[in-house]
Structures are given as C-alpha cells and as structure tokens.
Design a protein around this ligand. Structure first.
Ligand code: TEU
Length: 552
C-alpha cells in the first residue's frame, strides 16, 4: 500500500482523540472549558500524534445529558464560545494537519428544542410528525430496552396536553425523531451539510441502532444510512461517518453497508473492546482472540474504531452474566463503581491499580489491532475517575494539565468548576501533562512514541489480520499483512514471563525489524520467531523482503 493510497482513506490510519469541550481547558475563566481552550491545546494534541479530533456535543442544550440533548443544531452553546471560535479551532487544527469530526446527535432532540415545543403544543403543528406518537397506552418496555434504567421505566411518556404518548429511547427529555418522516431526513441533511460547509471532516453518529425501530414498518435503517452517506459524500468526498453501533457482531457489520462499504465508514468495535477487558481480567488472551476471530475484516473503504473506553459507562453488555460479573469483581467490585447493571464508571488506570506495565500492554493492543485507535481525553496521561460525581460524569472530569489548582484547567475557585476535578492518586497532583512532559519514561511520552510508530505503520490500518499460535494462552500473537509487508505483534497478557515461538511461514530473503526496541534477530530457522516476553510484555515487528525500502 502506498502512503498516498492510504491517505485517500484517511480514516483507516487516523489516530482519533475524543474530548469534551467543557472539560478540556477553560480559557475565558468562567470555570467551563471552551472552544478557545481547545484551540490553545491543538499543538499539544498534534505533538502527541493525534490526527483527528472527535468533539463531543458543543451545541446549545439544557445540558441534562451533557449536551446530548440539543435545542439548536446550528449553533454553539454560548458557555463554550461562538461559531467564530469554532471556525478558528477548525482552521488551527487543519493547519496542524489534524481533522475534526463532531457528534451528530440525531436520534432525538431535547424536549426544549423548538420543534418539540411546537409539536407538543398542538397535534396540528407542522412539527408534530417530526416525533413518534401513539394514542393508546404503550406496552411495558422490557428492562433490557431501558438504556437509563435508573431514570426511566418506559421508552414512552404521556404528553398531558395532547393525551398522546411520545417515544424516547433515552431520557424522557430526549424525544426520538421520526425517521419515517421525509421532512426529518431532510432536516438531518441540512444539519450535516451546514457543518460540512464550515469544514468538519465528518461525524460521530450517536445512538445509531435506536434511530429506526424494527417496528418502523417499511423503514430500513440501512437505506437511511446509505442515503446519509451518499449525501455527505456528495458534499465532501472524504467526509467520514463513525457510527456508535453497540450491537453484536453479525448486526454490527451490516452498518458498514454493502460492497466496499456504502453506509458508515467506521464502526466502534464494541465486541472486541469488551472481550479485551475479559482478557485483561483473566490475564488470558483467549477471550480477545475469540472476539477477533468472530469479527470480520472491515470492507476495504471501512474501518474498525478500536477503543478501551468512551465517555459513557464502560459497557460490558455483550459479555454474558458470569463474564460481566468477573470483570466487575476485578475492576469495579463496589456497586458504586457499576452503572445500569451493564457497565463501569471508572477509567482504566485505577482499575489496573496504576500498574504501568498492564496499562501500556492494554494501549499497545489498542494501537496494534487492525483498525483505527480512538483515545478518550486523559488516557494519554493515565487520568483516573471521580466516583463522587454521579453516573457517567465520573469519567468526564476536567483535563489535568498541571499540579496547580484545578489541575491547570481553570483559574476559578474549585466550587465554580463545571465539574469537580479528580482527587487523590490519579488526580492532577500526581497525574498531569506538565510533569509527564519532562519525564522521558512517562506514560505521555510513551504514548507519543507509540502513536508515532503506529502512524509510521500504515499496514496496521490497511492490512489483513491473521491470528498466530504463540503456544501460550496468555499470549496474543497476530500479524497484519499489506502487500509484501507483515507487521507481527505479540502481547503477553499474563503476569509471568514466557518464551514465545511463533511460526511466520516463508521468510526466505526477508528481514525482521523490531519496531519498538533495538533487539537481536529473534527470527529463527524456517521462519520461526523465538523470543522471551516479560510479564505484560509486548513487541512489534515488521517482516518484509530484505530489498524492500520502507519507513525507518
Ligand atoms: O449513547 C447511546 C447508548 O446507547 C449508550 O448509552 C450505550 O448504550 C452505552 O454507552 C454503551 O455503549 C449515546 C451517547 O454516547 C450517550 O452519551 C448519550 O447519553 C446517548 O447516546 C443519548 O444521546
């Protein structure tokens, strides 16, 4: 694969970084992060190798679901800045070679959106059918269908004024939009078209599986997304749709679409993410191996988004009850660490008791699985969570820049912060950008080196996965081949060193380059890779014909 060809499919070798504007950096001194703060940190992000930002919702909102309840799709929450600030952020990012995708929250609006306020005023409102209504009392919602069981006992709520019930898969203040209505589909295209025209590079599409109910007679979600993809591609040829589709594998891959992929170019690999946690807990690679075996390769123009957590609860809803209980027991034994009966409201460093070996093993896996890595802000320095904050907000605390007040996030008194900072062992006094910048062995500098190596290894984004036999249940050995180049990776998830022998097949005339450290030629006779892995150790190699020129 030539680098130029890889560039055409930029999303296949991006390094994505998700941040929440309101918790990243408070530039105007009101205790709330803002767009200007993010702009001031673009060089920091470019410096660690981020090539694409994912900005969580920054639109006007009552903020009852942290901005995923929108009242105006064409504006910026005045607490966070202006459209002018947004354009400056975009241009600054682009100047550094960084793309920007934004959250497209189109399953629902806020109940304070003018459309819904009009719709509920009168059944004759032009916006009435922008939403989903029913006359008769709804059936009971199965518990498994309640996304927020702590707050809702049904996905329908009665609107007293009209006496009808309206659909809301999330909170009752988030009424679902009605995709059977062509006017809604037109509105969504206008919204996406507006932000594309401003210069965004695509969208993270929120809550995809909820947008079209299987009871929506005659409405095919895949037709809807083929339509949306065709639209964004007409407006911007290389714009990307990154879908939040938390479904099991067979249903999940359908959202890539048909052929080379004509729906969502990128999908979060929820099944592999969840299996990774089970493998980490068991110190056994087999759950991860099984998930990778069950996960089909993405179509040529599509890509798996690899992640270890997002801004929500760390969902383990695709594990079985015993497996989930196993992860809960190891990583979140206190019920206050668990959420919705399916997830954890913790970040990885506290779950691993700060063990840098295991942390780096986990993120080496994230960076080396075939796919595009997506980091959640603060992972690069090993931030923890603040369990004193309710629900999912425990992992959405202010970014930790220094060991000064509020971690350098804001100059205001702590009581005026948008959200309390983390305290203690994983808080800013111990974990912050400034301290780690100066320490070559810090997690931050480790990430910078590893992300650089990932970006120099485009085969990981373009190539085909083969799982290898390492002879140890604790070791995941895989290779990703693109043309004549094979990237070979071994990860020891166990807490004991082990001798690993991996058959690489025909290697006559090939050379093996150690991509992470200077080491001897572990390539034995007959294409056998033989090496010792420390506890939680990992190695990356490039195997290629000796006469082939390649990256350093
Ligand atoms: O989440 C959709 C959703 O279903 C999640 O709750 C998911 O089940 C869980 O995170 C496991 O992946 C999206 C946003 O990510 C979330 O923050 C919003 O609250 C929700 O949509 C409503 O917009």
């Amino acid at each position: 694969m030539t680098r130029s060809a890889a560039a055409d499919l930029w999303w296949k070798n991006a390094v994505v970084y998700c941040l929440d504007v309101e918790t990243y950096l408070d530039w105007d001194g009101d205790g709330i992060g803002d767009l200007r703060g993010v702009t001031e940190r673009i060089d920091y992000l470019a410096g660690i190798g981020v090539s694409c930002l994912w900005l969580m919702p920054f639109y006007p909102s009552p903020n009852r679901d942290d901005g995923y309840d929108i009242t105006d799709y064409y504006a910026v929450d005045p607490r966070l800045g202006t459209l002018g600030d947004f354009v400056v952020l975009l241009r600054t990012a682009k100047d550094r070679g960084m793309r920007v995708v934004i959250d497209l929250v189109i399953n629902h609006t806020s109940d304070q959106h003018p459309w819904f306020k009009s719709a509920r005023r009168s059944p004759r409102s032009p916006y009435r059918d922008y939403y989903v209504w029913r006359d008769e009392a709804p059936p009971t919602t199965p518990a498994a269908d309640l996304v927020f069981p702590d707050a809702e006992d049904s996905i329908w709520t009665k609107d007293e004024r009209s006496g009808q019930w309206y659909l809301h898969h999330f909170y009752r203040h988030q009424p679902d939009l009605n995709y059977a209505n062509p006017a809604v589909r037109d509105e969504i295209q206008r919204i996406a078209g507006f932000w594309l025209e401003l210069g965004v590079d695509g969208f993270r599409v929120d809550a995809v599986p909820f947008m079209v109910e299987d009871t929506d007679v005659g409405l095919d979600p895949h037709a809807l997304f083929k339509d949306l993809r065709a639209f964004i591609t007409r407006r911007r040829g290389d714009a990307v749709l990154l879908g939040e589709v938390n479904l099991p594998g067979k249903d999940l891959v359908r959202y890539f679409g048909d052929g080379p992929g004509d729906e969502l170019q990128m999908l979060f690999g929820f099944p592999v993410m969840q299996a990774t946690y089970l493998a980490l807990v068991r110190k056994d690679a087999r759950p991860l191996r099984a998930a990778l075996e069950a996960s089909p390769a993405a179509p040529r123009e599509c890509q798996w988004a690899r992640f270890l957590r997002n801004h929500d609860e760390l969902t383990l809803d695709q594990l079985d009850d015993d497996e989930r209980a196993e992860v809960f027991a190891a990583f979140g034994p206190d019920p206050g660490m668990q959420l919705f009966g399916r997830g954890l409201r913790r970040r990885l460093p506290p779950m691993l008791d700060g063990d840098q070996r295991r942390l780096r093993l986990a993120y080496s896996l994230l960076l080396s699985l075939p796919g595009t890595p997506v980091l959640y802000y603060g992972e690069e320095i090993g931030m923890g969570e603040n369990l004193e904050i309710d629900g999912r907000m425990s992992v959405r605390t202010p970014m930790q820049w220094t060991d000064q007040r509020n971690g350098g996030f804001s100059p205001v008194p702590p009581s005026r912060l948008v959200r309390p900072a983390v305290d203690g062992r994983f808080g800013p006094m111990a974990v912050n950008v400034a301290d780690q910048r100066g320490d070559q062995d810090s997690l931050l500098n480790w990430f910078e080196r590893m992300i650089r190596r990932r970006r120099e290894t485009a085969e990981l984004g373009m190539g085909q996965l083969t799982l290898l036999d390492a002879g140890h249940d604790a070791v995941l050995a895989h290779r990703v081949d693109e043309g004549p180049v094979g990237i070979v990776l071994v990860h020891n998830l166990g807490d004991e060193p082990c001798l690993v022998t991996v058959e690489l097949g025909e290697t006559e005339g090939c050379e093996l380059t150690d991509l992470l450290e200077v080491s001897g030629q572990p390539l034995g006779d007959g294409g056998r890779l033989e090496l010792k892995l420390e506890a939680y150790g990992f190695r990356w190699f490039r195997l290629q014909p000796a006469d082939l020129r390649s990256a350093p």
